[in-house]
Ligand binder design. Sequence first.
Ligand code: PGA
Length: 243
Amino acid sequence: MLEIKEFNKIIVANWKLNGSNDFLEAYFEELDSKNLRLNVCGVICPPTAYIQNCYSKLHSLYLGAQDCSKFKEGAYTGEISASMLKENNCIFCIVGHSERRQVFKENNEDIKIKAAQLLNEKIIPIICIGETLEQKKMHKTHEVLKEQVINSLPPNSSKESVIIAYEPIWAIGTGMTASLEEINDIHEYLKKDIKEIEDYKILYGGSVNSKNASEIMNLENVDGVLVGGASLKADQFSEILKA
Ligand code: PGA
């Protein structure tokens, strides 16, 4: 398993359901032309179909997946297991993204099982949590996050093997980010007040771009970012990797 404690910051690109072979060619050609000397852990999570193609082009970045099956093997048409991701060089895997929770109705129990499967394969799960706008307005953010964390953390989890990504749902793909103070306070709450994830690495996600990435990453309690839309543009993502 990769030693995540060695990295000061972790920057993850979540391409979601985007990309093509042509896109990959152009993207990595542009990224390579920047001659990046990374002192962060940079991760690309392409759609599963492009994992192999991506791996051959990554150089100093790491490979991640966007999801995995909760099943090991068997009659589960369309699924991809943690061991298959491992065989295809995935070091990280996002689980419990709010789009999986909302569109595909995944619950904390599903996410816990997926994260456990990943840990068995020595893949680092990036477990996503986040509140809706309604929950935020009702001042339920802390309560919601705690409930999600506690119920989606696998039993053999540790700060060396699991990463948490705080992604307020109202900030994803909307151009609205939480305020810096809000982000720092929530990360502090997660790291210090929820003993199950004390001192875990916590990433922030939700409308991170090349303009706001560095101030977000400089916050004391933020260990990196999970980037959706802006990670699809090689020039923007390279700026974020340098931030
Ligand atoms: P966004 O997505 O950066 O486009 O808001 C973040 C995410 O969904 O992980």
